[in-house]
Design a protein around this ligand. Sequence first.
Ligand code: ADP
Ligand code: ASP
Ligand code: MG
Length: 421
Amino acid sequence: MSRLVMKFGGTSVADIDRIRNVALHVKREVDAGHEIAVVVSAMSGATDQLVRWCEQSLKRRHLFDAREYDAVVASGEQVTAGLLAIALQDLDVNARSWQGWQLPIETSGAHGSARILDVDGESLVRRFKERGEVAVIAGFQGLNPETGRITTLGRGGSDTSAVAIAAAICADRCDIYTDVDGVYTTDPRVVPRAKRLERIAFEEMLELASLGAKVMQVRSVELGMVHNVRIFVRSSFDPPDKIDPHGNPPGTLICDEGEIMEQQTVTGIAFSRDEAQISVRQVLDKPGVAAALFGPLAEANINVDMIVQNVSSDGKTTDITFTVPAADYQRALDVIANAKREIGYARLDGATDVAKISVIGIGMRSHAGVAAQAFKALAERSINIRAITTSEIKFSLLIDAAFTELAVRTLHSLYGLDKAA
Ligand code: ADP
Ligand code: ASP
Ligand code: MG
């Protein structure tokens, strides 16, 4: 007997037929004798709709109240948890739904992007033992114990709920059921020749997720790494009755680096169009300027990513270029304009039609020249690189958004990631 967490994302619970299909997946594992906690997302599109309603209800943006936003957006998961419990009962599976506040899943008070602090796993385990009951838990939401209010964990947060619950109940595995059958070398919807990875190291998955691959929320991977949760990404669209619960279904195991036998230099490619570029022109080339520029941005909670500072040609002034999340672009320009006197610059330029392409692989630690190959391949396609950053296991390139797909496909072939035609 194993103890499993089964998480189902939005497309897997998009309508009643799919919820009934999910119930069959759960029943299969229950019938195999496993103890099961299920975590569900809202129906596909439901959270987007709830967010839109919040936006439409508020004309005076400065009055935005994140506590009420959370009260609204957490409701999508409440519906699917209840519906799945009903569908399970209809199959004679003993099931009960749980909201984040009922378990409870305790979080910080950062409404809209709260961090999980504690999950009461003991009462779930007790109910497995005493009642043989499946727990169906609403993902994405928790409780701020100081105020007693509902919080949410940030978009895609049900992955994090699932991994946190798996850690709390010492689950043997956390299965992430989604609309693709694993983690691929890049988004298979953009590059049909992407290959499914049998295994990927936590560190690589962390980079892939934080650089744009939305298949797992970044914090879920962090938690999995810290608590050593075995995470298995697989498809909910595989017919439930065709799967052997004791077999090896298709999917990707996210695990420790040491468990991966054959290591490629490059494991995957991520991309993100949610970037904006800002160039501060002709700042004085003297100590303290970077602090005057990036200090106020940090205070405004704006994440600065790629930074390029040119070497001054006249010894007096230089340009600094960097990226921020596209959602913070206008705010970043305002913050810099307000600090113009302290920074001292001639002009502010920006662009939102940019994309960041990132190449990831722990094999890069021991291979030189990996990035240089990419520069050459992109140059041959006349793709201009606006900025570059590198770290031990990845490098990122900022390019014009219009070339995103071409660049991803080019690099995917370059590093030998295409599956055989
Ligand atoms: P869910 O609703 O199940 O949480 P998401 O939409 O959040 O699912 O994540 C699954 C999607 O992630 C896939 O449909 C796929 O388009 C996208 N994706 C991006 N990069 C990758 C990748 N490297 N491997 C697999 N899927 C990826
Ligand atoms: N329903 C939430 C969202 O759409 C959380 C999730 O699906 O993981 O972001
Ligand atoms: Mg998701």
